[in-house]
Design a protein around this ligand. Structure first.
Ligand SMILES: Nc1ncnc2c1ncn2[C@@H]1O[C@H](COP(=O)(O)OP(=O)(O)OP(=O)(O)O)[C@@H](O)[C@H]1O
Length: 624
């Protein structure tokens, strides 16, 4: 029975909205996996080869050579024994056996040497492969469509691949163990076949129970690992919330500690119970494997004894057979361990390949046409957009236009779709239906990365980068060689930076030595400076002054206005007094454009805008 189907000690997570268990993924059958192993192994060898050719060659070469030495050593051993058991006088027997003994010793020394060289090469490959895989995962993750981050399936995959980024390394080790085990087994099988034909099938029979046990155990391990992926992600999120700075104050002020600890403990207990159940299953499987494996080995020795007793084999042959059986036991063990590891690593490696494929499928769709000079001439036509998890579209049938040099404002109530529309205009989200053109080039044809070079976004939820103040402003334009002073002065961030202990070189994160933090308004000025420093033809401002005091807010709007003299500006704000001077105002409601016009025309219309504006201005007048 699948562990995931169990209800664990009354701790039920299946009904939690965030919990998801991918039964399809965990149901990978043994035969299906064995069928896929050649492809996986080939992929893995390609990764290894790309990572380090020399280490790959040394590693594989020495594995094969070491196995050949084992086989040669066994044949030489047979030779030694047959000479020692011959009927000539003892001294002559010893002398006759000396070359073969030398060959055995030589084979053993060479085998150890190859084995050590192989281990050394693999030990080198190990961190190199991990680095290559980790770098690839991060590179792929940062290349996917932004919308993937709104999809829990993608997050679960990222979690799984981060847990199993050692998959390729594991698989490589497993392939080595398998090659080494099977090469040895092949040579020994040859020797056993020569000694007596019944010995070989008996040895293979003896291996069946442990094969079954280790494969079953590997499957349970993999199912456990995937079964707890969503719960682990949730636990890690809670862990970070409780141990990192951003939520530290709120946890205390909202007295959330006991609630969070209880939730953390509940999820942790569930994960542990799940894992313990798997451990019990694996142990039981191992015990049964050992019991039947022992019985089967006993059967092999009994058969050998019977062959000896019935005179079908000589004593010397029986002695060689015992040695061969022991060697075969360890070679079979190694080969099985390799196959088992390959199976287990293959399951994890599949996750890695699946993630690679998925990240490839989710990679940003982009055209190849360079954005034209007037890319800030934007036409949004009949656009509909839905977030992956939402039932209702965030935007439906939206049409707006922005002309070069214009200031266009998006206003509307919370959740009306302003930020979503701004992200579509900035080339961050693709429309589900409808079209967007920049300078007449459609969203399907335009090179979105190059388009974004031409856009500066001051986002509502901008990032507080744990870098220096200077890096926080110049981010994305590090090598532009432009002076920061102008952006600092225009955004009002000069004052903020002047007060910092090391000016622009001050680390803006107090969790690092020498670091400090800024107030919300000071951060906002840094974000505005970042947007202005980017010096792009289109500036998108999403609530750029929400955290600013009245004087700073006024100053920022003045700056944006001045900026607008040479640039195009798309502005989202709830401060309607600040959009009076916009060339055009779009009022959004429930994901649709409800009104459109200048301040004067919208006021004259006496619709939503006029109502919102009047409410706001009345509030100020009444307070005044
Ligand atoms: N990542 C997301 N996944 C699902 N739904 C989302 C996501 N982000 C936003 N939404 C939903 O899409 C709708 C539009 O959101 P959007 O952020 O565009 O509104 P907004 O007008 O900018 O709101 P506000 O004034 O509060 O900033 C809302 O109903 C919101 O709940």
């Amino acid at each position: 029975m699948c562990v995931a189907d169990d209800v664990l000690d009354g701790i039920e997570l299946n009904e939690q909205p965030w919990f998801r268990h991918d039964a399809e993924v965990t149901a990978t059958g043994l035969l299906a996996m064995i069928g896929r192993l050649p492809v996986l192994v080939r992929e893995c060898l390609v990764v290894s080869w790309r990572t380090s050719r020399l280490d790959s060659m040394v590693s594989f070469g020495s594995t094969v050579l070491s196995a050949l030495c084992t086989a040669f050593g066994l044949l030489a051993t047979t030779d030694v024994l047959s000479r020692l058991f011959s009927s000539v006088p003892t001294a002559e027997r010893l002398v006759a056996a000396l070359p073969a003994i030398g060959a055995v010793v030589g084979a053993m020394v060479l085998r150890s040497a190859f084995s050590e060289v192989g281990s050394w090469a693999r030990a080198r490959l190990d961190p190199l492969l991990s680095q290559a895989v980790d770098e690839e995962v991060v590179a792929l993750t940062t290349r996917v469509e932004l919308a993937a981050f709104d999809d829990p399936d993608f997050h679960d995959q990222v979690q799984r691949v981060s847990m199993t980024s050692r998959g390729p390394t594991m698989l490589l080790w497993a392939v080595h163990a398998t090659i080494s085990g099977f090469t040895g087994l092949l040579a020994i099988s040859g020797a056993l076949g020569v000694l007596h034909p019944v010995l070989l099938p008996l040895i293979l029979l003896a291996a069946v129970p442990s094969t079954w046990a280790s494969i079953r155990s590997a499957r349970v391990g993999y199912r456990t690992s995937t079964g707890v992926a969503a719960a682990r992600r949730r636990r890690n999120v809670l862990d970070n919330l409780m141990t990192q700075r951003p939520a530290a104050a709120e946890i205390r002020s909202y007295t959330m500690r006991s609630h969070l600890l209880a939730e953390f403990g509940r999820i942790y207990r569930w994960i542990t119970a799940y894992e313990l159940r798997a451990v019990r299953k694996q142990q039981l499987t191992g015990i049964w494997g050992d019991v039947f494996g022992g019985l089967a080995t006993g059967l092999v020795y009994t058969a050998l004894g019977l062959l000896l007793w019935s005179g079908q084999v000589e004593l010397a042959v029986a002695a060689t057979a015992v040695l061969a059986i022991q060697r075969a036991g360890s070679a079979t063990g190694q080969a099985l361990h390799g196959v088992n590891q390959a199976y287990e690593a293959g399951l994890f490696y599949e996750d890695y390949l699946r993630f690679r494929a998925e990240a490839g499928d989710r990679a940003e769709a982009t055209g190849h046409r360079a954005p034209p000079a007037d890319a800030d001439r934007i036409v949004v036509e009949d656009v509909t957009f839905a977030y992956p998890t939402a039932d209702e579209p965030a935007l439906s049938g939206v049409s707006v236009r922005v002309s070069p040099g214009e200031v266009v404002a998006l206003v509307g109530g919370n959740g009306s779709g302003k930020t979503t529309l701004a992200k579509i205009i900035s080339g961050l989200y693709l429309p589900g239906q409808g079209t967007v053109t920049w300078g007449g080039v459609s969203h399907q044809d335009i090179d979105r990365a190059r388009l974004r070079e031409r856009i500066a976004v001051i986002a509502q939820d901008f990032t507080h980068w744990p870098f220096t103040a200077g890096q926080n402003i110049a981010i994305g334009r590090h090598d532009s060689g432009r002076s920061l002073e102008e952006a600092l002065a225009a955004s009002g961030a000069s004052d903020v930076v002047t007060r910092l202990a090391h000016g622009l070189d001050t680390m803006l994160d107090p969790s690092y030595r020498g670091g400090t933090d800024l107030s919300g308004g000071q951060w906002q000025r840094i974000a505005v400076a970042r947007g202005l420093y980017r010096d792009a033809p289109l500036l998108v401002c999403d609530e750029p002054t929400a955290a600013l005091d009245a004087r700073s807010e006024h100053a920022i709007f003045e700056t944006i206005r001045r900026h607008a003299a040479q640039r195009t500006v798309l502005m989202i704000t709830h401060r309607l007094a600040s959009v009076r001077w916009a060339d055009r105002i779009y009022v959004l409601e429930n994901g649709k454009v409800a009104e459109e016009g200048t301040h004067a025309s919208l006021m004259a219309r006496k619709g939503i805008y006029a109502e919102m504006f009047t409410l706001q201005s009345r509030a100020y007048t009444e307070e005044g």
